[in-house]
Design a protein around this ligand. Structure first.
Ligand SMILES: [Zn+2]
Length: 180
């Protein structure tokens, strides 16, 4: 950050009084510009034991497979974001939407919140961000071609939980060395 978004004045990186971390502080209007992690909401969409996955038509990770997920918009609930992302990326509607995992990625300042949900029907089609969609059985998940560690780890947990058919809410962190 170079300039203040409030007044256009120059900013400097410094620790404000009473704080313990450096922040961008405007030298003209003194506004403190905080930067905080971003949340991504997503879904494991299920249909008759299969998982709907999406091939990415955009960077990053173009051409790899992912689950519907994306950044929360201001004023939007986490659940509404997951529903919207599924509509945008897969043209699909969800039902039985159940919280499933919270994944911390502190090294990239992101938090993922993932749901499990049922597809309402098989009316789905790739949106702008997807080039292809497919329903895969858990044993056919393309593990080597998944887009992100968060997606890989949540799918691993899901496949583990399938063995007992119990799906407790999970909270975990991904370490930098496991990011790919
Ligand atoms: Zn300013």
């Amino acid at each position: 950050m170079k300039f203040c978004s409030a007044c256009g004045g120059p900013v400097e990186l410094k620790i404000p009084e009473g704080d313990d971390k450096p922040r961008y502080v405007c030298q003209s209007c003194s506004t403190i510009h905080y930067s905080n992690p971003r949340m991504v909401a997503g879904v494991i969409p299920l249909w008759q034991g299969k998982i709907l996955i999406c091939k990415r038509a955009i960077e990053p990770a173009l051409g790899t497979w992912t689950l519907p997920a994306g950044y929360l918009e201001n004023g939007e609930s986490v659940r509404a974001c997951a529903i919207r992302e599924t509509r945008e990326e897969a043209g699909a509607e969800l039902t039985e939407i159940i919280p499933y995992a919270m994944i911390n990625l502190p090294f990239i300042d992101q938090v993922y919140f993932m749901y499990r949900a049922m597809l309402q029907d098989t009316n789905f089609q790739p949106g702008f961000e997807s080039s292809e969609l497919k329903l895969v059985s858990p044993e056919d998940i393309p593990w080597q071609q998944l887009s992100f560690a968060s997606i890989r780890e949540v799918l691993k947990h899901y496949c583990d939980d399938l063995k007992t058919n119990q799906f407790p809410f999970r909270e975990f962190s991904i370490k930098p060395e496991h990011r790919y």
